[in-house]
Design a protein around this ligand. Sequence first.
Ligand SMILES: Nc1ncnc2c1ncn2[C@@H]1O[C@H](COP(=O)(O)OP(=O)(O)OP(=O)(O)O)[C@@H](O)[C@H]1O
Length: 336
Amino acid sequence: MISIEVTDLTKTYDRNRTALLGPTFTVRPGRVTGFLGPNGAGKSTTLRLLLGLDRPDSGSATLGGRPYAALGEPLRTVGALLDTEAVHRARTAYGHLRWLAVSNRLPQRRVEEVLAATGLTAVARRRVGTFSLGMRQRLGIAAALLGDPAVLILDEPSNGLDPEGIVWIRHLLRRLAAQERTVLVSSHLMGETAAFADHLVILAGGRLLADTPVGDFLERNGRARVRVRAADPAALRTALLARGYGVVADGDGRWVVEGAGAGRVGEIAAHAGTAVRELSEERASLEEAYLALTAGETDFTATGTTGPEPERGRAGRGTPPPDTPPADSDGTGRKG
Ligand SMILES: Nc1ncnc2c1ncn2[C@@H]1O[C@H](COP(=O)(O)OP(=O)(O)OP(=O)(O)O)[C@@H](O)[C@H]1O
């Protein structure tokens, strides 16, 4: 098993463009690590340095303790998908993979195996120039898998895939991690990342912003939110606002309450003397948690709001009240 180690990595392209300001993190085997960050965060630069395509100013990026250039047969250690255009368009998919196999002394049977694994067998004799983006993406993944490597580094692997292809890549990534491989996947698609990643490494402005399991990240950066429908919606709304909770109407007498657990909202309804007809707790999405963490970290933030602002009572201006859990709760204020 081989880990990726990034240590105090710095890289400046020119005086005004410092791509990396010393992030340190380890990408471990047996899980899929999502590599996230706003545009210009330094993700591609990190991947390029890891793959020996450029040299760091200082620090190191290694695979199992060795820089890429020191790997004897690199494709047997690390497979990468960086640029799907980096394929000769006049070659067939088969020809491209066969050339890679021969030049890296890999067995011929691997060509057939990775064509089958990526669903390209039927089009293997077609020229790559005639391929759709999704097919080129699959070919790039086939090339990454060719050496049966312990480490996979994939830049936006879902890019251009149709819905069936997106589900396929999800399962493929999960399977590769279950085989105890080290899988690092950069992506801007939060829904997708949430579907395949166990762990996250997040860069912003060339620095490490987070290195955390997905579940912990959602706990820390996502706001608790409860959807509730009461027999007397107006009484519940008044009671919630009086305690400083944000309340947004959700149609049919329902309220979405921010910053409170289901137990607390149930208690408030009981105090307000109204029966609860529906009560459900929602986990923040990875996208919401990511945006909360990286707000202000990007140079490309558009102005404007994305949804209704919650109405708040006087107590809600400033810090929301602590979410006091009911006595029989597990103390998290969340359902199990
Ligand atoms: N070859 C280069 N020459 C000069 N500057 C570069 C070069 N490559 C990257 N940069 C700069 O380095 C910084 C980090 O870029 P990088 O491509 O690593 O970010 P990223 O996180 O991959 O962004 P994106 O999500 O947009 O792909 C940016 O300011 C970028 O403009």
